[in-house]
Design a protein around this ligand. Structure first.
Ligand code: EPZ
Length: 417
C-alpha cells in the first residue's frame, strides 16, 4: 500500500500542466459504446478510474487500446457481445454505471450489479432509473443487480428532482437513439456534461442545451466513430491553486478554462489570493495574508463539492473563523478528523463545518478516505510544520496523475513510498 510523505514549509514556484478532466473522460468512454466506428480520445489522463472503466468495456468484448505514451485511448465497440459487464469491475468504480444508458440505447438490454455506495454517501441511482423508465424501459431489481430492457426507447419529457450529474449523462446517452424528442428539465449544468454532448454530437447525435438546466435530445438512427480531446480538469486545476495559496507561493497553472473555474477563482480572490488568467494559463499569487471565507457547495455553477476538502485544508491554515456547508453529499467531511490530528480546529455539525484556522498545523500520519480528501491531506502536509505521511494513497491515484511528481516539480519536498 503506497503512501506519500511530505515535509512542510516549502514555498512553491514554477509551472504545472493540468490533464484532461477525469469526469469528462469517464462518461465519454461509456458513450463510445454507441459508436459504429472507432472512437479516439486524445490527451486522456492515465488514471486508475480510466483503466477500470476501460476494463469494464473489455468485459463486454469492446476493444479498448490505451497508449500510455501518447495519452490516447482507441475504442471499438462493434464487437460487443455481452449485455452483462463484470460484476467485480463495476463494484470497483461507481462511474461504471454510466454504461447503462448507452447499452440500453444500442442493445435494448443491460444487466449490471448495483453500484456500491462509497464513503462519501449512499450514492443512489433512482434518478437514472426514473429516466430510463420514462423512455420506455422496463427495470427489474433483485439479487444485487439491476436489469433494464426496452424493445424500443421513445423520447419523453423528464424532470430531475435533483440536478444529478450521472443521471443527466446516462439519460442523454440513452435518448440519443430513442424515437422522437427527449427533454430533460432541471438537468445538471456541469462543464463535463457539455463536453459529453459535444462528443456525442460529433458522433452524429442531435443534442442542444447541454450546460443549461434544459437539454433537448432528438433521436437518430446511428452514431459513428469520432476523435475528441476532452476539456481540462477544473478540479485538478483547483487543487493546484490551493497548493499555491496554502504555501503562500506564486505559481503558473497551464491548462485551465476560466469559465469553468469561476466559483473557485471567486472564493480564493475573496480570501485575498491574486489570480490572473491569460487564455488557458492562470497565474496565482498567494503570498499575501489570507482571510477566512464561508463556502457552500452547490450544483454547477455553484461552488463544486469536489473542491470542498481542498478548501477546508486551506481554511484550516488561515487565521480566523470559516464555515463550510456541504449540500451535495451527506457524508463528505471524513477528512476533518484526519486534519484535526494535524492540529486543525474543526467542528462538524451535520452538513456544516466550523473551522478556526491556525498557522500551527503539525505533520503526522493521516489516512486518505476518498480521492479529494487524500489530495486535501497532502495540501495540509505542504503547509504543516514537520513531516506528514498520507496513507492509502490509492484513493488519490484514482483522480490525479502523479500528484507528487507535479508538486515536486513545483519545489515541494514530497515523495511516494
Ligand atoms: C459526479 O458524481 C462526479 N463523478 C463526482 O465526482 C461529483 O462529486 C458529483 O458528480 C457531483 O458534482 C463523476 O462525474 C464520475 P450526482 P455523480 O449524481 O454523478 C444524489 C470526484 O471526486 N443522487 O450529481 O455520482 C446523490 O446521492 C467524484 O471526481 C440521487 O439522489 O453525482 C448525491 O447526493 C466524487 N439519486 C447528489 O445527487 C440519483 O439517482 C449528487 O450526485 C443520483 C444522485
Amino acid at each position: 500500500m503506497d503512501k506519500i510523505v511530505v515535509k512542510g514549509g516549502k514555498t512553491l514556484s514554477g509551472e504545472v500542466k493540468i490533464c484532461s478532466a477525469k469526469n469528462s473522460v469517464l462518461p465519454i468512454i461509456a458513450a463510445s459504446i454507441l459508436g459504429n466506428g472507432e472512437c479516439i480520445i486524445e490527451n486522456a489522463p492515465m488514471l486508475e478510474d480510466v483503466f477500470v472503466i476501460s476494463d469494464v468495456l473489455r468485459s463486454i468484448s469492446a476493444e479498448v487500446n490505451i497508449d500510455k505514451e501518447s495519452n490516447r485511448i482507441a475504442i471499438k465497440s462493434s464487437g460487443i457481445s455481452s449485455i452483462e459487464p463484470s460484476c467485480d469491475l463495476v463494484k470497483k468504480l461507481r462511474a461504471s454505471f454510466l454504461i447503462m444508458g448507452p447499452m440500453l440505447a444500442r442493445f435494448g438490454r443491460v444487466r449490471i450489479s448495483l453500484p456500491g455506495g462509497c464513503n462519501i454517501g449512499t450514492r443512489p441511482i433512482d434518478l437514472h432509473l426514473k429516466g430510463f423508465t420514462a423512455l420506455g424501459a422496463e427495470i427489474k431489481l433483485g439479487y444485487g443487480y439491476v436489469e433494464a430492457r426496452a424493445e424500443k426507447l421513445i423520447g419523453s419529457n423528464i424532470y430531475l428532482d435533483f440536478p444529478s450529474v450521472g443521471a443527466t449523462e446516462n439519460i442523454i446517452m440513452a435518448a440519443t437513439m430513442a424515437e422522437g424528442e427527449t427533454i430533460i428539465e432541471n438537468a445538471a449544468e456541469e462543464p463535463e456534461i457539455e463536453d459529453l454532448a459535444n462528443y456525442l454530437n460529433k458522433m452524429g447525435a442531435k443534442i442542444t442545451g447541454a450546460g443549461t438546466g434544459k437539454i433537448k435530445i432528438t433521436g437518430v438512427k446511428e452514431l459513428n466513430g469520432v476523435t475528441h480531446k476532452p476539456i481540462y480538469d477544473r478540479i485538478e486545476a483547483g487543487t493546484f491553486m490551493v497548493a499555491g495559496a496554502i504555501t503562500k507561493s506564486r505559481i503558473k497553472i497551464i491548462g485551465v478554462n476560466e469559465e469553468h473555474l469561476k466559483p473557485v477563482i471567486a472564493k480564493l480572490t475573496e480570501m485575498g489570493v491574486v489570480i490572473e488568467v491569460e487564455k488557458d494559463v492562470l497565474i496565482l499569487d498567494g503570498r499575501r495574508e489570507l482571510k477566512p471565507v464561508d463556502i457552500k457547495t452547490m450544483p454547477y455553477p455553484g461552488f463544486p463539492t469536489d473542491m470542498q476538502s481542498q478548501m477546508m485544508a486551506l481554511l484550516a491554515s488561515v487565521n480566523g473563523t470559516s464555515v463550510i456547508t456541504e449540500t451535495i453529499f451527506e457524508n463528505r467531511f471524513m477528512h476533518a478528523p484526519e486534519m484535526k490530528r494535524m492540529g486543525a480546529n474543526i467542528k462538524i455539525d451535520g452538513r456544516s463545518a466550523v473551522i478556526e484556522g491556525t498557522d500551527k498545523l503539525t505533520g503526522c500520519q493521516v489516512k486518505a478516505t476518498d480521492l479529494r480528501a487524500g489530495a486535501a491531506l497532502i495540501l495540509c502536509g505542504l503547509a504543516a510544520e514537520g513531516v506528514t505521511e498520507v496513507m492509502e494513497i490509492y484513493h488519490v491515484d484514482r483522480g490525479y496523475v502523479a500528484i507528487e511528481e507535479k508538486l515536486k516539480a513545483l519545489g515541494a519536498e514530497i515523495y511516494r513510498v
